[in-house]
Design a protein. Sequence first.
Length: 81
Amino acid sequence: MILTMRITSKGQVTIPKAVREEAGLHPGMDVEFTIEDGKVQVSRSRSQPSAADELIARLQRSRPHFSMTTEEIMELTRGED
């Protein structure tokens, strides 16, 4: 797949949805840039957050006004009253 994208005046490029999906790139992920022989390669960072960190970030984005504390959530998952 070859796509041509324009670099903005701020040095930004939008990664097309089809490319993000194929590469498994999601909002909030870190990416690495590798330059070799004049070619730039973009890939997922090797130091990705854990699945738990990603879940927490996703929940925070979807419910910014969530009012339960971590301890309250842990009590629910433990079945404590």
